[in-house]
Design a binder for this molecule. Structure first.
Ligand code: DAH
Length: 339
């Protein structure tokens, strides 16, 4: 009996299965009711008492060897059937949930993309600014209300250092640090000491634009912004310019676009006027050019600035600005875009 078991053990160790059918036959051969192992257990009854211990151990180790062999071969066969390429496509994308861009990032990227198509570069500047870059060089008079603590976040009560209140400060940094011509957009986060509501927040985002060159005119400004409005809101968008005032531009204007919701007929988004304001703009005041050591007799320029929140709200008909800052996935997951 001992020889027989050892012979089986050797056969089990050497056994290989090419498919699950061969493996099943192997299992039947050893483990089924009439298989080799049950018949060994049946013979065990006739084993002399002094040999029982040894024979019992041998039969058990054979049984274990068979069971281990079946598990190992089954696993190997299943793996190789998966990787033969028929039931498992390795080129499929991984099954993970992809995140989406924040709506403000989508619109900022789209704005940058539209301007980059007509030769604008992108520049950035610091969020903590000094008085010169945020106010003085931009021609804000010393008693302008924006310089008041009520409107601006000053750093540790230092009247010279504040969180920038607009991206116009980056215009100054660009003009100081390089030579004209410039054609650049300046996106960034800005800060104002405002109560948070559906229409205002103490942190928001702007994109500024600056063009300085010889012979830049108001016609260039109009044509650039006309192109921009059509690219952003659609081919049928109309624009209009209204006179306005900013310390750093002269003349200054605000640009309205025809309401993209009602197409100009009048609705509650445009307050039944058919128009919505989207940006401020104007010809760069010669004082600003001179503050940055640019010869205002040789160079002229135009600038514009817009709020990304406002444009995003118009584009997607969002009526509460606080949604942008709450990180509620039910809101954020609705935005999918190429930008
Ligand atoms: N800085 C202005 C603001 O925050 C926006 C602005 C208006 C920027 C006119 C400009 C401009 O460059 O020409 O309200």
């Amino acid at each position: 009996m001992k020889n027989k078991i050892e012979e089986y053990l050797k056969k089990v160790q050497e056994f290989h299965a090419d498919n699950l059918e061969q493996l099943e036959n192997f299992r039947i051969e050893y483990l089924s009711k009439k298989g080799k192992i049950p018949s060994l257990f049946a013979d065990f009854r006739n084993v002399a008492p002094e040999e029982r211990k040894e024979m019992g151990q041998l039969i058990n180790s054979l049984k274990n060897a068979v069971q281990n062999k079946i598990v190992a071969l089954k696993e190997a066969l299943e793996q190789s059937s998966q990787s033969d390429g028929t039931d498992h496509d390795l080129t499929l994308p991984p099954n993970v949930t992809l995140g989406t861009r924040h709506p403000l990032s989508i619109v900022r990227n789209e704005i940058i993309e539209i301007f980059s198509r007509i030769g604008f570069s992108v520049s950035e500047g610091p969020e903590i600014e000094d008085d010169f870059h945020n106010f003085s060089a931009l021609n804000f008079p010393p008693d302008h209300p924006a310089r008041d603590m009520q409107d601006t976040f000053f750093i540790e009560k230092d009247p010279d250092i504040a969180l920038r209140t607009h991206t116009s400060s980056v215009q100054i940094r660009v003009m100081e640090n390089s030579k004209p011509p410039f054609r650049t957009v300046l996106p960034g986060r800005v800060f104002r000491n405002e109560a948070i509501s559906a229409r205002a927040h103490c942190i928001f985002h702007q994109v500024e634009g600056l063009v300085v060159d010889t012979d830049v005119s108001f016609a260039d400004l109009k044509q650039t912004l006309f192109y921009f409005a059509k690219e952003l809101f659609g081919e049928n968008t109309k624009t209009r310019f209204r006179p306005s005032y900013f310390p750093f531009t002269e003349p200054s204007a605000e640009m309205d676009v025809s309401c993209n919701i009602c197409g100009g007929k009048g609705c509650n988004i445009c307050k039944y006027t058919g128009w919505v304001e989207i940006l401020g703009c104007g010809m760069v005041d010669p004082f600003v050019l001179e503050s940055c050591n640019i010869d205002s007799k040789k160079y002229t320029g135009f600038a514009f600035g817009m709020g990304i929140e406002r444009i995003t709200m118009l584009k997607y008909q969002i009526n509460d600005l606080r949604l942008f800052f709450e990180n509620d996935l039910r809101f954020l997951e609705q935005f999918k875009s190429a930008y």
